[in-house]
Ligand binder design. Structure first.
Ligand SMILES: Nc1nc2c(ncn2[C@@H]2O[C@H](COP(=O)(O)OP(=O)(O)OP(=O)(O)O)[C@@H](O)[C@H]2O)c(=O)[nH]1
Length: 300
């Protein structure tokens, strides 16, 4: 039996950071991890954070819950037939309902081969403080991801004061009193916290209505036609509506040869130089993403 962990959590909360950290620790413990990554946008920029020696299957264009579990079952089948691994880490899109994503793992096809250990939800503590600014459906998803967790990673604690951190932790715990909760920065948790998980799920949960399908969250892929000035781009980012939750990709900046790796989550921008010439594209994720004007372009 291979242990399976489902990593859940809202857009930009720190799931990929958790994934990288767990991969490192599993390897150090002499275990071989495999990964299934699911990305709401059309490109998966995060897959580059998984080392080449880790078997990786990507599911692009939509989330596990919305594209149906058949696709995920096919990925699982391919991994089980074609790869040698001990544990499987599934990173769901931030827009997925964690319980729905379990559907495929629970397929009778894999009943004797996969052992679901649990849902680990990364809760963005900074976003928790402002959760009332989310649209009602998006907020519901944010809370559902925490409610269904078997372990809660209360992340981005570095962005909170001590008082805020203890208040937020208590409030999150009140939402899900059965899951252990750990405060983190960059989702750094010790491996033994997850290896001791023993998840159980009820039919009732797995069959419930698909919240993911009612969401207004969507993603948009934008290709830059020309380089933009960094200050102007950042000014554009600052003026975006609150309903844009996450952006990432490669932005061609005036004065630089290669597009820069750009990350945006919860009002914060991160730039990293890139030594390869990556395609100048970003994915924008949020509510009503099609209504925003993108700097330096009139059309996509
Ligand atoms: N200040 C701070 N930033 C963090 C922390 N954890 C992650 N980040 C940053 O938040 C951004 C998103 O982190 P990821 O790990 O990619 O989050 P994710 O949940 O995988 O994002 P999606 O795949 O888009 O849903 C990155 O710029 C991280 O560097 C943290 O604890 N503190």
């Amino acid at each position: 039996m291979k242990d399976v962990y489902l990593l859940s959590g809202f857009l930009g909360s720190g799931k990929t950071s958790l994934l990288s950290h767990l991969i490192e620790q599993f390897k150090a413990a002499g275990l071989k991890p495999a990964v299934i990554m699911n990305e709401l946008g059309k490109l998966n920029f995060d897959s580059r954070s998984v080392d080449g020696d880790v078997p990786l299957k990507e599911m692009l264009e939509g989330c596990i819950c919305c594209t149906g579990s058949e696709k995920m079952e096919a990925q699982l089948q391919m991994l089980l037939e074609g790869e040698n691994f001990d544990v499987l880490l599934i990173e769901t899109t931030g827009a997925a309902h964690p319980v729905e994503a379990l559907d495929a793992v629970f397929s009778p096809l894999f009943a004797d081969r996969l052992n679901m250990k649990g849902i680990i939800t990364v809760a963005d503590c900074k976003r928790w403080l402002d959760r009332d600014k989310l649209t009602p459906q998006t907020k519901m998803l944010f809370l559902e991801q925490i409610r269904h967790a078997h372990l809660i990673v209360a992340n981005k604690i570095d962005l909170l004061t001590e008082v805020e951190a203890s208040d937020v932790t208590m409030q999150i715990q009140a939402l899900n009193s059965t899951a252990p909760i750990i405060q983190t920065t960059n989702s750094k948790i010790p491996l033994n916290l997850i290896t001791k998980l023993e998840a159980t799920f009820h039919e009732k949960e797995i069959n419930q209505t698909a919240i993911g399908k009612q969401l207004t969250l969507s993603s948009r892929l934008h290709t830059f036609k020309e380089a933009v000035k960094q200050e102007e781009f950042e000014e554009w980012v600052r003026n975006l509506p609150d309903t844009i939750y996450r952006m990432k990709g490669y932005v061609p900046l005036v004065g630089h040869k290669n597009p820069y790796l750009f990350q945006y989550a919860y009002g914060m921008v991160q730039w990293l130089p890139e030594y390869m010439k990556m395609s100048p594209q970003i994915v924008i994720i949020g509510d009503q993403v099609n209504q925003i004007d993108i700097i330096g372009s009139s059309h996509d």
